[in-house]
Design a protein around this ligand. Structure first.
Ligand code: MN
Length: 133
């Protein structure tokens, strides 16, 4: 089975608090989450991912400086990027296969009830990755 692919990016952001911005191209925008720690690359590690405002899709390539005084001031570097496809999506759950350089495999985001806080984790089922190639 083949799924339509979209793009994702993880931007490392050296702002007042160092974090990673995880963004999925979805609904014509970049759905975005700020992850205070690294995006997990092994299974059994769950990380908090705080949903933040949608970003314009053009932001997907952005690297550089956000100047002092502006929201998110600090340096932004692309940590990883690539394509993904969606396996499942509802209000409280997003399940994707990431096909990046560093991040590859099945990932799930689960929303903590009625909040903007989600948990992100790798599932480690690589079968879908193989299927898609
Ligand atoms: Mn950020």
């Amino acid at each position: 089975m083949r799924y339509p692919r979209k793009r994702f990016v993880v931007q490392e952001h050296f702002a007042s608090h160092h974090h990673y911005d995880f963004r999925l191209e979805m609904d014509g925008v970049l759905k975005s989450w700020a992850i205070p720690k690294e995006v997990p690359r092994i299974t059994k590690v769950k990380r908090l991912a705080v949903q933040v405002d949608d970003h314009d899709v053009n932001y997907i390539d952005f690297e550089g400086e956000i100047v002092e005084g502006l929201y998110g001031a600090g340096t932004v570097r692309i940590f990883d990027s690539g394509s993904y496809y969606l396996l499942e999506r509802n209000e409280d759950k997003i399940k994707v296969v990431l096909l990046g350089e560093k991040l590859e495999g099945v990932y799930e985001l689960i929303r903590l009830k009625d909040t903007r806080n989600w948990l992100i984790f790798a599932i480690g089922d690589r079968a879908h990755v193989v299927d898609s190639r």
